[in-house]
Design a protein around this ligand. Structure first.
Ligand code: THU
Length: 132
């Protein structure tokens, strides 16, 4: 499928503008292309109880399931300046569940597969493999 990185980047910026980040003052926006062509967004949502903060990727994955599921194909995440931001470790794991190692991510060093950002990942296949 054709990936329009400019559009994804613009969608991530729009999502960033909706962030609720009064504590860190570090708004984050994420956008992803789904295998059926949908483009989803997510923003970070903080909480007075800091540890409960939801990363932008959490909202995006929640939106994925709420709008019909599917596999994530391409992903872009930005900071308040619209610069690419690397997903945190926990969010790499979230993305792996729904996109696998072949999910393409925009980084400062160009487009990279998630398998490079989260090598030797633990994922759904490890679960099924060991149940057989
Ligand atoms: N944040 C995200 O939304 N995604 C990431 O992958 C990195 C961190 C948010 C969480 C928190 O609201 C703010 O950035 C500062 O850590």
């Amino acid at each position: 499928m054709e990936i329009n990185w400019e559009y994804l980047h613009a969608q991530a910026i729009e999502a960033m503008k909706t962030a609720y980040a009064p504590y860190s003052k570090f708004p984050v926006g994420a956008a992803a292309l789904v295998d059926d062509g949908r483009v989803l967004r997510g923003c970070n949502v903080e909480n007075a109880s800091y540890g409960l903060t939801l990363c932008a990727e959490c909202g995006l994955v929640s939106s994925l399931m709420a709008t019909g599921g599917g596999r994530l194909i391409a992903f872009s995440c930005v900071d308040m300046h619209g610069n690419s931001l690397m997903p945190c470790g926990r969010c790499r794991q979230l993305l792996f569940e729904h996109g696998g190692g072949s999910l393409q991510l925009m980084t400062d060093s160009g487009v990279r597969p998630l398998s490079e950002l989260l090598p030797w990942a633990f994922g759904p296949e490890e679960m099924t493999k060991r149940r057989d």
